[in-house]
Design a protein around this ligand. Sequence first.
Ligand code: NAD
Ligand code: UD1
Length: 354
Amino acid sequence: MARLLITGGAGFIGSHTCLVLLQAGHDLLVLDNFSNSTPLALERVSALAKLDVQSSQARLQVRRGDIRDRAGLDDLFSTAASAGAAIDAVVHFAGLKAVGESVREPLRYWDVNLTGSRCLLDAMNAHGCRTLVFSSSATLYGYPKDVPIPETASIQPINPYGHSKAAVEQLLHDLAASAPNQWRIACLRYFNPVGAHPSGKIGEDPLGTPNNLFPFMSQVAVGRRKSLQVFGGDWPTSDGTGVRDYIHVIDLAEGHSAALNCLLAEPAQLLTLNLGSGQGASVLEVVHAFERASGRQVPYEVVARRDGDAAITVADPAMALQRLGWKTQRGLDDICRDGWTWQAANPAGYSDQG
Ligand code: NAD
Ligand code: UD1
C-alpha cells in the first residue's frame, strides 16, 4: 500500500477516486484550493470509506493549498517525509476544465494547468517522488479522423484547455526522456466522465450553469432548469445527435487505481492510455436512458450545433485492457441510475447540505 498525494482530490473525479483508493488500502493526502469544490465532499468520502475520526486523520489528510505554491509543496513533501510518511506517488487532478472559459481566459488556464503542473513536477523531482498519474483528456484528439480513437491518433486540440493538457503531456514526455529509468508516469485520457457513487453521497456539482450534457440534463429532470438544448440534430449519426463515450466515474476511479498498481509494480515507464468504454451513445439515447432511470421527463429542443463539437468521439480502450487489465464494468443505465440518485438526493448539489 502506498502513501499518495491527490491534487484536486475534492473535485468530481478526485473525490470518487479518493474513495476507491482508500478502499484499496492506500493512505491519502489531498491538496485542493477548493476553487471548484467543497471540503464536504471529502467528509462524505471519509464516511463512505467508514473511517472513524482517528483513522481518518491518518488515512485521509486534507490540506487547503494551491499547486502553484512551490514553497507550500516543499513544506508538504518535507513534512510528510519527516513524519515517516513520505509520499510515494501523486495523482494529479487539480486543474481547470471548462472549454468555453478557457477560450475567454487563456492566461488563467495556462497558469493553473501548465504552470501548476510544472510547479508540482519540480517539487516532486526535488523530493525524489517520481511516480505520477495525470488527468489528461480525449479533448486532445480534437476532431478525430477515425473512431474508435486509438492512443496513436494525432493530437490536435482545438481550444486553450486542450492545448494546456497537450502541453503537460509533452512536458511529461520531455521529463521522462531526461531521466530514463526514473519516472513512472501514466497519462490517462478520459472520455466523458459521468454518473456518481451509487450511494448518492458524492457526485458532480458544477458551479453556475453546467456546460456538459449530464449535469444540465439532471438539473432539468430535477426541476432546476426548464429544458435541455440538444446541440444539432443533423450530425452524421444514427439519430442526428452527437455521439460520445460516457464512462461511469467509478469505472474511471478504478482505472486510476489500476494505473497506480501498474506503475508501482513495473519498471519506470510512461504510459498513455485512453479511459473509455468503447461504446458510443447519442444525446437522444442518453436523454431516453435518463428518463427511464429517473421516471422524470426531460423536455428538450433541438437547436443549432455548438461550436467546437465533433460528431462522434468514442475511445478504443484496448490498450488499457492490455496494460492494466482494466475495462469499464458499468453501462449507460448504471450511469443514469447513479447520476439520478445523486441529483435527487442533492437537488442543489453540496450547497444546501451544510
Ligand atoms: P473538478 O473541477 O471537479 O476538480 C478539480 C479540482 O481541482 C477541484 O477540487 C478544484 O478545487 C481543484 N483545483 C483547481 N485549481 C487548483 C489549484 N490551482 N490548486 C489546487 N487545487 C485546484 O474537475 P474534475 O471533473 O474532477 O476533473 C479533474 C481533472 O480531470 C481535471 O484536470 C480535468 O481537466 C480532467 N478531466 C476532466 C474531464 C471531465 O469531463 N470532468 C474530462 C477529461 C479530463
Ligand atoms: C466537453 C468538451 C471537452 C471536455 C469535456 C469534459 C466541448 C466542445 N468539449 O466534451 O473538451 O473534455 O466536455 O469537460 O466543450 N450537448 C447538448 N446539450 C447540452 C450539452 C451538451 O446537446 O446542453 C451535447 C454535445 O453537443 C455533445 C454531447 O452532448 O454531443 C456531450 O457534450 P458534453 O457533455 O459537453 O461533452 P463533450 O462535448 O464531449
